[in-house]
Design a protein around this ligand. Structure first.
Ligand code: HEC
Length: 129
């Protein structure tokens, strides 16, 4: 009898412990869900708005990137040279310049929110090789 009772208690504890662990896991995944969704949105924005020139990896090995002889923004040198504030300004103001007879053009993304800009900058930082 004693033995059986103990195992019943143990069994109950195991089930209870399992539930606690499970609910903790569920709580954790719910907590990280909004951040995950925001990151996905930024990745999508990079794909739809930026990738055609800068490339998925930032190396600018795209038709437009090559034509405009664009800078590789994945290199450690470039990443170290540019501050977040400079990147933000560049994205908001765009680019219309000419270097060695090559026209370089990027639209101004003036209507992006601060969160979107910060997200894009974080994405650019993640491209560092
Ligand atoms: C039509 C092509 C094009 C698109 C689309 C584009 N860019 Fe650019 N971007 C350029 C060009 C050209 C430059 C100028 C620097 C260079 O020659 O690489 C530039 C410069 C930049 C710079 C500054 C680089 C530096 O060295 O100071 C950042 C940051 C940047 N782009 C981010 C973005 C982001 C974020 C997006 C999407 C929201 C985007 N770009 C979309 C063409 C483009």
């Amino acid at each position: 009898m004693k033995c059986r009772r103990r195992s019943a208690v143990e069994g109950a504890l195991t089930v209870f412990g399992g539930l606690v662990v499970k609910s903790l896991l569920v709580a954790l995944s719910l907590l990280s869900l909004p951040a995950f969704a925001a990151e996905k949105k930024i990745e999508k924005m990079w794909r739809t708005k930026c990738q055609s020139c800068h490339g998925a990896d930032g190396k600018a090995q795209t038709d437009k990137g090559k034509k405009m002889q664009m800078v590789d923004i994945s290199t450690a040198e470039w990443q170290a040279k540019k501050s977040d504030a400079e990147l933000k300004k560049a994205i908001k103001e765009g680019n219309k310049s000419e270097k060695d007879g090559v026209k370089k053009e990027m639209d101004a993304y003036a209507d992006l929110s601060d969160e979107q800009l910060d997200g894009l900058i974080a994405h650019i930082r993640s491209l560092k090789k």
